[in-house]
Design a protein around this ligand. Sequence first.
Ligand code: AMP
Length: 266
Amino acid sequence: MKILKNIFELNKAVKNYKNVGFVPTMGGIHKGHVSLIKISQKNNKETIVSIFVNPTQFNQKKDFKNYPRNIRKDISILKKLKVNYLFLPEVNEIYKNRMKNFKLNKSDKILCAKYRKGHFEGVLNVMNRLLSIIKSKFVYMGEKDFQQYMLIKRILGKKYKINIVGCPTIRENKIALSTRNKLLNKSCIKKASKIAIKLDKLKKLSKMNKFVDLSKYKVELENKFKIKIDYLEFRDEKKMKLDNFKSKYRLFIAYHINGVRLIDNF
Ligand code: AMP
């Protein structure tokens, strides 16, 4: 695996992007990331992974500081997976040039965009920069971060004329794997697992046309598990409209458990 720390090294190492799949990450590599890498490897000759903890998408400095990092372990996992290139830039390398900043439309300010001001602008800006450097035609992203995947697909997929490929959420004991799970103790992990099982059931009930009063259910979950829920909403997959049960839809949640914010969708 070639480790490339700046754009110059990257351009020297990768001349032709014809058969190179790209998996952007913030590190803390887990089985969710691994599944994206394997899908890329199955569909492309070579795979490039980036690890960059992007400061501009954290709306709280403390969250950025506490974000789990373990670059040595990450490198060893990626080597074992036979990833071809790891792009590992410093913040200055990514932000040294001026580029137009993205703004969200009013209709996009839902779910996490409503509760984490500036988060998706930060995500779009860094992905815009990464995609202007790494010119892969296939970029693999997780459905675990469904809103992020949809925004990048719609805005940047179109801009760069590339395929943003959505990949299924990998779970362990029903919990969606996430780098942030490393911040949770055993009892919180158990709780998160129970919450995921309940939400999965709830989604199935709604599928059987059983009426579900989400605002009541939200309060019940908050009291039972001592969590704070930012949102618990059914939205359709395409337009992300509320309670549109005519199209394919998902149940979206964001909640705080012991000071850690988790998101998931079913
Ligand atoms: P992150 O490092 O958290 O920014 O995630 C990098 C990529 O991995 C994003 O496209 C995520 O959606 C994806 N990802 C994170 N967790 C999972 C998971 N449990 N299953 C599938 N993909 C995931």
